[in-house]
Structure formats: C-alpha cells, structure tokens
Design a protein around this ligand. Structure first.
Ligand code: ZN
Length: 135
C-alpha cells in the first residue's frame, strides 16, 4: 500500500499521522493500493473524514485543523476510526447508490439515508472502541 502525504500538512502533523497510520496499518484492507492524507479547511466540528474509492482501490483521509488541537489518545482514535471507514464505506456507498436508483421519493430516500449514516457511524465508533480497548 502506497501512502501519499499532502505536502501542505504541517511537517510535525504529517509525521504524526504517518506514524499512526503505520502503527495501525494492520486495520487497512488488503485491497487498498493507495492511501492519501490531505489537509481540510473550513470545518470546525470535524476532526477528520475519509473518502473511499473502492473501484480504484484508493482512499483519502482528510485532516482538519481541529486534529492538531486534540490530545494523542484522541488523535490515535481518530486515525483508527478513519481506517475502519475504509472497510465500511464500499458497502455503504453501494446501498446509497441502490437507494438513489430505487427510491424516487426524496423524503423517504433522505430518511433512510440519514438512518443509514447514523448506523454506519455508530458501527464505526463501536469498532473503533473495541480496537482501542485491545491496543
Ligand atoms: Zn466516522
């Protein structure tokens, strides 16, 4: 797996994120060929987010400004959380695409999508917690 680090990330932050990803690389699915880390701006509540492109075997973890202000334990949990999303996102993307194609009623589709997003996030947090207890 190739790791691409955004050159706009602060050097200390870049090194820290790379070290955390390396420490938890066993979580990363074997199908992933490229993991990129980029810097995000303009979000105050979000610490990090992950975009997965399963078809091209790529994922990007976006690190927001708040990440740098959090303590080491929270930063580690955040990276674990985002790495778990690499596993869960392909099936969630499939379900959302299927919902878009089959449910034409916007209200119904939006309600199901919101419930799916909550469930997806909850499962990811549960796995993050379970992994965090073991390490
Ligand atoms: Zn999440």
């Amino acid at each position: 797996m190739k790791l691409n680090l955004d050159k706009n990330l602060r050097p200390d932050l870049s090194a820290k994120v790379a070290a955390l990803i390396n420490q938890h690389k066993w979580i990363i699915p074997t199908w992933l060929h490229t993991l990129s880390v980029s810097i995000g701006h303009g979000e105050t509540d979000i610490v990090a987010k992950c975009h997965v492109d399963h078809e091209y075997r790529q994922a990007t973890i976006q690190i927001f400004d708040r990440f740098a202000t959090e303590n080491n334990e929270f930063q580690e949990s955040t990276i674990i959380h985002e790495l778990i999303h690499i596993h869960t996102s392909p099936i969630i993307d499939y379900v959302k695409t299927t919902l878009d194609e089959t449910i034409k009623d916007d209200t119904q589709r939006n309600l199901i999508t919101q419930q799916l997003d909550r469930l997806h996030e909850g499962i990811t947090c549960d796995l993050e917690y379970a992994i965090g207890r073991k390490i």
